[in-house]
Design a protein around this ligand. Structure first.
Ligand code: AQP
Length: 328
């Protein structure tokens, strides 16, 4: 039996990177009735960078609607808001007391998100991977579907599980990553950066709920290069190759197989082929989202039911760890 856990931050509307890199895998993993599957909207993580309270509140509900519209089924998985289960913060504190500053300083996410003024960055951003380890370890998770950017964070969870089991005799489980089939999707404006919810330029990403017109507009504006033909060469032609990656992911093909299908096409023409493919993949998700977002009390019910189920397991693991380290 697998126990699956994964999280997504309510920092905006999920984009193609989140969708192809994580959510599609989430939907697939909920389908084996033997497995126990937890998906969390990790709002505690999201306040490690400044958030507007009203925007954050709305994002939790719109994220819930987007995940349900993408195919998550609350009868097959436990979908909940992280801050409604207080054991995440509690276990995070305990794990943090055995995590060195040196280990946390190496994480790429800290280096990129803290900016140049590291002394001015907040503690929550630094200890983010410890909270992520707590999220995973609380449910005795065996499998964590993540984008490849999250693998270093998962290694901390593996390290802490082993360390606590050896030092204190806890029975934490060391989790394995489940990587999506597709590469990291890049920003449409700066293809050397990943596509991101919190990028200040909305043209850098295609959101799951974007209209057909939005999708075509953003792809039209996508940065490519001065070569007109479509080739797949991520190293030397990151912009065009990102479009090929998006096209491949939207149609379930290998990126290497795409250029032969579009020989003779200019990149400008190809962008519209990609736009049509992305729109086809997203249109039912978008329609379902628009219906779901109208019913806020249903969305809150889904999250509350999920939190009640999650708490039962989280409470048990947290109490066990507290006993082992001498707090109970
Ligand atoms: N560009 C991407 N390509 C592939 N996978 C991606 N993921 C994120 N961006 C890409 C995967 O999506 C999952 C949820 O991510 P998250 O919301 O927890 O945080 P993130 O990785 O920091 O994503 P964003 O969109 O960049 O959010 P912000 O801007 O708020 O930081 C993860 O499994 C991640 O790997």
């Amino acid at each position: 039996r697998k126990v699956v856990f994964s999280g997504i931050q309510p920092t905006g509307t999920p984009h193609l990177g989140n969708f192809f890199g994580a959510i599609e895998k989430w939907v697939e993993l909920q389908n084996d009735p033997k497995d126990v599957v937890y998906y969390s909207i990790v709002d505690l993580h999201s306040i490690s960078l400044p958030q507007d309270p009203e925007y954050l509140r709305n994002c939790v509900l719109s994220m819930t609607a987007t995940l349900l519209a993408s195919g998550l089924d609350p009868s097959k998985c436990v979908l909940f808001q992280q801050s409604s289960v207080p054991h995440h913060a509690e276990l995070s504190w305990i794990l943090g007391c055995k995590t060195t500053l040196a280990r946390l300083g190496h994480f790429p996410q800290w280096k990129s998100k803290a900016g140049k003024d590291k002394q001015g960055a907040c503690v929550g951003l630094y200890t983010y991977p410890v909270l992520q380890a707590a999220d995973i370890l609380l449910y005795k998770t065996t499998h964590v579907p993540v984008g490849d950017d999250q693998v270093p964070h998962l290694e901390l969870a593996q390290h802490l599980a082993k360390l606590f089991n050896l030092s204190f005799g806890t029975s934490l489980v060391s989790p394995e990553p489940v990587l999506g089939q597709f590469k990291r999707i890049k920003s449409l404006r700066e293809p050397d950066k990943k596509m991101s919810k919190s990028d200040s330029d909305p043209k850098s990403r295609i959101e799951i709920t974007d209209t057909k017109e939005d999708i075509a507009f953003k792809l039209k504006k996508a940065v490519t290069d001065f070569t007109s033909a479509v080739t797949y060469d991520p190293e030397n032609r990151p912009g065009v190759s990102n479009l090929v990656d998006i096209h491949a992911a939207a149609t379930g093909q290998r990126p290497e197989d795409i250029p032969d299908q579009v020989t003779g096409m200019t990149t400008a023409e190809y962008k519209m082929v990609v736009a049509a493919a992305v729109n086809r993949r997203l249109e039912t998700v978008r329609d379902k989202y628009l219906k779901l977002i109208e019913d806020k009390s249903f969305l809150r019910d889904v999250l509350n039911t999920g939190a009640t189920k999650a708490k039962l397991v989280a409470e048990e693991t947290c109490s066990d760890v507290k006993r082992c380290v001498g707090l109970i």
